[in-house]
Design a protein around this ligand. Structure first.
Ligand SMILES: NC(=O)c1ccc[n+]([C@@H]2O[C@H](COP(=O)([O-])OP(=O)(O)OC[C@H]3O[C@@H](n4cnc5c(N)ncnc54)[C@H](O)[C@@H]3O)[C@@H](O)[C@H]2O)c1
Length: 246
């Protein structure tokens, strides 16, 4: 059983679908669970209004957490900033500026948060980072599950999440000697009232025959942050009901 008793853990994007469950889980295991988001979540005990794509805002907020709580033990990079054209098909995507923006918002912002937390972890010679990636950073998309729906998934997302997984390996190797661990967690598709035809298509394919729930993702995130994972670093824990095993 993983326990986070006494730790101070930050989740970016903690007001969203997955972040809410992560904060709840972290709190239930005895930690101070801190939400860095643009908007306050209904259950938040510790909310900091932070634009997670703004490196200087991240730096200032981390300093405030240390001043308020004395330390930081874990960071979950989970925020999901995205522009309006996020689902555009590659054949129609002629906006180079927007592609750059997606990489900035979804990959460079996670890298920046890692950079900013490192001095705090270095001072303590301990700390754990969990970067939330995706099955679409591990395998190619099965476009048949989108048939009959207007749901889309775009090329930059695959590149960003794949890049995030290998960036996390780089960082794990770099900061392992300092007592700092870095892992990824890659969720499969999470049920969020998508079109019934999509849900059916998805459930037909996935070995466990259902989409994931936020409560399937939160406990393994907590595990990666906990002492139980003290010898685990540079890994990508895939939590997908078996999607990527076939
Ligand atoms: N939902 C899924 O099916 C799924 C599957 C695989 C991976 N993921 C990944 O999980 C993570 C969370 O996704 P989600 O589905 O919970 O998304 P969500 O949209 O429900 O929540 C994202 C949260 O990020 C916050 N946010 C957006 N821009 C921000 C910014 N600039 N600064 C701070 N906070 C900001 C939003 O306010 C929101 O609370 C993302 O990294 C996503 O890629 C999600």
């Amino acid at each position: 059983m993983s326990t986070l008793m006494g730790k101070v853990i930050i989740v970016t994007g903690g007001s969203g679908l997955l972040g809410r469950a992560m904060l709840r889980q972290i709190e239930s295991e005895g930690a101070v669970a801190i939400n860095f988001d643009l908007r306050r979540g209904e259950e938040d005990q510790h909310f900091y209004e932070v634009d997670a794509t703004d490196q200087s805002a991240l730096r200032a907020a981390l300093a405030r957490v240390v001043s308020d709580q004395g330390r930081i033990d874990g960071l979950v990079n989970n925020a999901y900033p995205r522009p309006a054209d996020r689902g555009i098909d590659i054949e129609e995507d002629e906006n180079q500026q927007s592609r750059r923006q997606k990489v900035d918002l979804q990959l460079n912002s996670y890298v920046a948060a890692c950079q900013e937390i490192l001095p705090h972890f270095q001072r303590q010679s301990s700390g754990a980072i969990v970067n939330i990636a995706s099955i679409y950073g591990v395998v190619g998309n099965d476009f048949t599950v989108y048939e009959g729906t207007d749901l889309k998934t775009a090329a930059p997302y695959a590149a960003i999440k794949g890049g995030l997984i290998n960036f996390s390996r780089y960082l794990a190797s770099r900061v392992g000697p300092l007592g700092i661990r870095v892992n990824c967690l890659s969720p499969g598709g999470i049920f969020d009232h998508q079109a019934p035809v999509f849900v059916q298509n998805y459930e037909r394919k996935v070995p466990m025959k259902r989409m994931g729930n936020p409560e399937d993702i939160a406990p393994p995130v907590a595990f990666l942050l906990s002492e139980g994972a003290r010898y685990i670093t540079g890994q990508n824990l895939i939590v997908d009901g078996g999607w990527t095993c076939i």
